[in-house]
Design a protein around this ligand. Structure first.
Ligand code: HEC
Ligand code: HEC
Length: 453
């Protein structure tokens, strides 16, 4: 039998090593993988390649470092060679993704020493400071289950946009102002009003951006996809510039960061990194002790125990990716069925994703409880005291806590809740000691497969 064209493509792609293997070769990257080659790989091979890349300690020969570019998300030139290759605050700050995401395994969380300093990119050694005036210091979250999280956010975005479309159609046909409540999967995102003249009033939106795109990544909730975050992280942490954003197509330069290496990360390799992260297993739940107390306190209003997902097939790229990231029309779509065999389903057959979050932003600090308002820079127009509800799955294994990773116990993380969580925090504080312990025990029972109890 003659091999078919798809089979030949798969065999050709399988032959492309993710890691340089030559004796005495100090590059870690092997041959680049194109988007078409990534789409031709069997899912397992793509995930393995992504894992290799997540673990790889990039070298200067691969393009690590960015002497002529800042860590900013939008390609931004820096005066060349002002900063050394490694620089703790401005980056490059580490060698591999795993350098920070390592607890309890690659793709996991990071402890305080693995914090990152998030800024629009320093260009000057005078900013060699962890002073919060210049950057927001963030702890490293675990990436487990993040494929399901991205899928949930896409479905929520579609729901909210369909509600806006329906309101606009009604306003047009009925010739009057129409107000709709926006909600998806039981989570309310406020309301919007479409005027008879087509004008849209967005002032009553709650916890989501004006474009109605649910952005589930970063603790601020401002990034749409694993891919967008990965392209940011590659540049910021490692000075590894993905061609899809820093290459000739957007910057007119094939070596934007001026380190002598062009096209440092190919589209298919970014896809492989995404595939590894998207398929990291969902954290398990060890038991139900204390769950009733957790729920009676109203914690689940934000830390929603489970959100229902229609389809658990992860497709890459995300249809809502902004320019500068591979977009759906630009490459063959990669489809990865996620493993949901251990998860329950609702009566409509939807997978119940036990993430303990509503994927919504909330005001979480106030004058009475100011701790979580400890950042001085607002990010992407989101106020300083507003954060995305963190997923609590796995939280029993990912100390320290809080967006800065500066709280050593779950109890501290809870008592610093202010703003919209005030009532539920007070209810927690009013509990008798044995009941409080039940809440903590419940949180401790939310763990990753690999971590010891
Ligand atoms: C220096 C430590 C560090 C390194 C290295 C690092 N990260 Fe992260 N990562 C973080 C921190 C800190 C955050 C939280 C950022 C925030 O909330 O703004 C994060 C967040 C993320 C997120 C968003 C997760 C979520 O649920 O919000 C993804 C995805 C991610 N990192 C992927 C990567 C990839 C891929 C690499 C390698 C290219 C990488 N990271 C390298 C520290 C690091
Ligand atoms: C109004 C929404 C809301 C309610 C209600 C709420 N939380 Fe949170 N929770 C958040 C947000 C937002 C954060 C992120 C705080 C930060 O780090 O900036 C958070 C953080 C946490 C963390 C730290 C997670 C980590 O990985 O660092 C824990 C633990 C937690 N909440 C438990 C609870 C418990 C227990 C309750 C009930 C007593 C509760 N929360 C009620 C929104 C809420």
């Amino acid at each position: 039998m003659r091999p078919t064209l798809p089979l030949l493509l798969i065999l050709a792609a399988l032959a492309i090593p993710a890691r340089a293997a030559g004796l005495g070769d100090e590059r870690v990257l092997g041959e680049p993988l194109s988007a078409a080659q990534a789409a031709a790989l069997p899912p397992d091979a793509l995930v393995t390649r992504g894992r290799d890349l997540f673990l790889a300690k990039f070298t200067s020969l691969d393009g690590a470092g960015r002497p002529a570019a800042t860590g900013a998300i939008v390609p931004t030139a820096a005066q060349p060679d002002v900063l050394p290759l490694f620089f703790r605050t401005a980056g490059a700050d580490s060698n591999a993704c795993r350098g920070c995401h390592n607890d309890p395994e690659p793709g996991g969380a990071g402890e305080f020493v693995a914090n990152a300093f998030v800024s629009e990119g320093f260009q000057d050694a005078d900013f060699d400071t962890v002073d919060p005036q210049f950057s927001n210091e963030r702890g490293t979250p675990a990436l487990h289950g993040s494929g399901l999280v991205e899928l949930l956010a896409r479905e929520m975005t579609r729901d909210l946009r369909a509600q806006r479309r329906a309101a606009a159609a009604r306003a047009r046909t009925e010739g009057r102002d129409v107000t709709v409540d926006l909600s998806s999967k039981g989570v309310s995102f406020g309301a919007l009003t479409v005027g008879a003249d087509g004008f849209v009033d967005l002032s009553a939106l709650d916890g989501v951006d004006q474009d109605l795109i649910v952005r589930p990544f970063s603790q601020k909730g401002v990034f749409v996809s694993l891919r967008q975050f990965t392209v940011n992280a590659l540049n910021a942490h490692h000075g590894m510039q993905a061609a899809e954003r820093f290459g000739a197509r957007y910057t007119d330069a094939d070596d934007f960061d001026g380190d002598g290496v062009s096209n440092e990360l190919a589209e298919g390799d970014v896809t492989a990194l995404v595939a590894f992260q998207a398929t990291l297993p969902v954290p398990a739940q060890a038991g139900d002790l204390g769950r009733d107390t957790f729920e009676s306190l109203g914690c689940g209003a934000c830390h929603v125990p489970a959100l229902p997902l229609e389809s658990a097939v992860f497709t890459e790229p995300n249809p809502f990716n902004p320019a500068g990231n591979l977009r759906a029309a630009e490459a063959p779509v990669v489809a990865l069925p996620l493993d949901v065999s251990g998860l329950r389903r609702d009566d409509r057959g939807r997978v119940l994703v036990p993430l303990f979050s509503d994927l919504k932003r909330h005001r979480i600090a106030d004058a009475e409880r100011p701790h979580y308002a400890n950042e001085l820079l607002s990010q992407r127009f989101v106020d300083r005291d507003i954060f995305l509800t963190p997923r609590l799955w796995g939280v029993g294994g990912t100390a320290p806590y809080g967006h800065r990773g500066d709280l050593t116990t779950l109890h501290e993380a809870i008592v610093h809740h202010g703003g919209e969580a005030t009532e539920s925090r007070r209810a927690y504080e009013a509990l008798a000691e044995p009941d409080r312990r039940r809440v903590i025990a419940f949180l401790q029972s939310l763990r990753f497969g690999g971590s010891a109890p």
